[in-house]
Design a binder for this molecule. Structure first.
Ligand SMILES: Nc1ncnc2c1ncn2[C@@H]1O[C@H](COP(=O)(O)OP(=O)(O)OP(=O)(O)O)[C@@H](O)[C@H]1O
Ligand SMILES: [Mg+2]
Length: 612
């Protein structure tokens, strides 16, 4: 077969044929081997079930291949005027064979489906776990809808591929092999040889013509990912869209991708597919016609009898559909594998380093935080922080102030290791956090971020997210500290009130107080408050500040605040300017210095006086 393919390829490729052939063949083999490796990664977990199913299916195919032989025998017996007893015996055999074969089909339907579902579940779990573990920088760069679309499509493709190709097409292949074997044994070896030659040509053409299909369908998939990404983006920013009457623009963005690029490649895909179908259909018709011609010739020369002719025609009928589907399935295999690989390639994206091996575990953390010559850049073009040196003692409250965009949030993100310094080190209790187990590090830090996130769940579940085993007493005390008691009590369902998607049913100030309570519950050694009270009215802010003051005792706290009146009691105020520490000291010391802080403070006081 290989020799035949080789000769044909030589004729088709006039330019340096052997080199081209070898290159293409080795690429295909390599890529197919990789495809199988991916599929086997999921299937091998259920290999016992898989082998059992395939063995039963093989026996079913063997029985199916015997059925035409029984037909032939019955026709032969009728022509030969055989006894009724003998005829009934063969009819009984047919009934037995038919029922056993049907049973194996049902068996495959149920059990193949079960293994497929288990594999798809494993795939979704694996990719989902990996996606969550991906670095924040990846999530910041990629639209969340795009990511979700990439792996939901891949899960669908895996389901189709396992069920449609591995199990059902696998069965078709086994049936063809059994049929070919029986043609050799019961009909004629010459006919078998002729069929083998045709099938080889057919397989070669199917592989060759389905290549462009893959490329086009990949582009179609990419377009859909982009469209889902845009849809997700507009739905999560629906308020912004409505505020700016952007509904039409948003829809146009999606339509541009779907009706433009997706359809363009879809048409190309169909053009390539139509060509493939035509080639395959012609090859099959030719095969049937010439093998029938050979049967007639063999009958004339009395090499085969009526029984063999009946069996052979029936065999052709059995083989026709699987053979036709060879090409279809090769196309499908490629199309689905492209999608599966795209989802699977997420596994190649770098995740955060959760490995605890060789890492320092943290126990009895004191909370000393030190930045040693730390610089950081989000991208090569611009460094945000330059050579920061800052030593914070356990239990100290440090306020970070400075203009918007100067790098305050970036600086505290380095402590949680959401981002990693491009130069220098961050130390916790004198250990470089690069060497500390990520889980231990984050377990000791609580952050109330600038943009509070909420799950679409109850107030209670949002509160206990960092500490699922919190007692009622702890929850109550955290709520009191965050001055959230009154508004939660006002909710019809109290702590069980649903907060809506991203907490839309809560006010900005309520969200902040729940986030503060969440941080309090976690009872961390390092507390980071990034504009944590910016959305509160002055009275609530004062109450929360008072409670926070108590909370800050015995833990290192970083407070970022634009309203300087809220941080004048800080042990130390660090002023950032142009990505560097411009000055630091207590409120009084900095006022005396009459530097950057003095300017900021007097500006704010002036503004306040004016508004009063
Ligand atoms: N994920 C990101 N990718 C690229 N650049 C970023 C990213 N996040 C922030 N930046 C840039 O880094 C700089 C510092 O941002 P940062 O959020 O630390 O400022 P900030 O001092 O907290 O400001 P604000 O007071 O407004 O919150 C900004 O110029 C911003 O544009
Ligand atoms: Mg910020």
């Amino acid at each position: 077969m290989t020799y035949f393919i080789f000769v044909l390829e030589l004729n088709l490729n006039q330019k340096c044929p052997s080199e081209h052939y070898l290159k293409q063949r080795s690429f295909m083999e390599e890529s197919f081997r990789e495809d199988v490796r991916i599929i086997w990664r999921f299937l091998s977990k259920y290999k016992k079930e898989f082998y059992k199913i395939m063995t039963i299916v093989f026996l079913g195919s063997l029985v199916e291949a015997f059925i035409p032989f029984i037909y032939g025998k019955i026709v032969e017996l009728i022509i030969a005027n055989a006894t009724l007893n003998l005829l009934f015996l063969w009819l009984f055999l047919w009934l037995l064979a038919q029922l056993s074969f049907e049973w194996t089909l049902r068996y495959l339907f149920v059990n193949g489906g079960r293994v497929t579902t288990k594999c798809v579940n494993d795939y979704i779990l694996l990719i989902n776990q990996h996606s969550i573990n991906l670095k924040l920088s990846y999530h910041n760069k990629n639209k969340s809808g795009k990511l979700a679309s990439r792996y939901t499509k891949a899960a669908g493709a895996l389901e189709n591929l396992l069920e449609g190709i591995v199990f059902w097409f696998g069965r078709d292949i086994l049936t063809m092999l059994c049929v070919l074997l029986l043609i050799g044994f019961f009909v004629n070896w010459g006919l078998l040889l002729l069929l083998l030659v045709y099938i080889s040509i057919f397989l070669y053409l199917s592989v060759r013509y389905s290549k462009p299909i893959t490329d086009h369908i990949m582009e179609v998939n990419k377009s859909y990912e982009e469209a889902y990404g845009t849809i997700n983006d507009s739905i999560s920013n629906v308020k912004l869209v409505k505020a700016n009457s952007g509904e039409k623009v948003e829809n146009e963005k999606v339509s541009f991708v779907l009706e433009g690029r997706a359809m363009e490649y879809f048409e190309k895909f169909w053009k390539a597919a139509r060509k493939t179908f035509f080639v395959q259909d012609s090859a099959i018709a030719l095969m049937v016609a010439s093998s029938l011609a050979m049967v007639i010739f063999l009958y004339r020369s009395q090499s085969v009898g009526v029984a063999q002719i009946v069996a052979f025609i029936s065999y052709l009928g059995i083989m026709r559909t699987p053979l036709q589907r060879v090409g279809e399935h090769i196309g499908h295999w490629r199309r689905w594998m492209v999608t599966i690989r795209r989802g699977y390639s997420l596994l190649e994206e770098e995740t955060e380093d959760y490995d605890t091996e060789g890492k320092v575990g943290l126990s009895d953390v004191q909370g000393a935080v030190e930045f040693q010559n730390v610089s950081f850049a989000y991208n090569e073009t611009r460094e945000v922080l330059h050579n920061i040196n800052l030593k914070v003692n356990p239990g100290e409250m440090v306020a970070l102030v400075g203009e918007s965009g100067v790098g305050k949030s970036t600086l505290v993100d380095l402590i949680s290791k959401y981002i990693i310094p491009t130069a220098g080190k961050v130390l916790l209790d004198r250990v470089d956090i690069q060497r500390v187990s990520l889980r231990d590090l984050r377990d000791n830090i609580a952050v109330v971020p600038q943009d509070v996130s909420m799950f679409n769940d109850t107030v209670r579940n949002n509160l206990v997210y960092g500490k699922p085993d919190a007692t009622e007493k702890e929850i109550k005390s955290a709520i009191q500290t965050a001055n959230a008691e009154a508004f939660i009590a006002d909710f019809p369902n109290g702590l069980e009130e649903q907060v809506g998607e991203r907490g839309v049913q809560l006010s900005g100030g309520q969200k902040q107080r729940i986030a503060i309570a969440r941080a309090v519950l976690k009872n961390p050694k390092v507390l980071i408050l990034d504009e944590a009270t910016s959305a509160l009215d002055s009275k609530s802010e004062m109450l929360v500040q008072e409670a926070m003051q108590r909370l800050m005792q015995n833990r290192t706290t970083f407070v970022i605040a634009h309203r300087l009146s809220t941080i004048i009691h800080a042990d130390r105020i660090v002023v950032l300017a142009k990505g560097r520490i411009a000055e630091q000291g207590t409120h009084e010391e900095l006022l005396e210095k009459r530097g950057a802080y003095y300017k900021l403070y007097t500006l704010q006081s002036l503004a306040r006086d004016k508004s009063e």
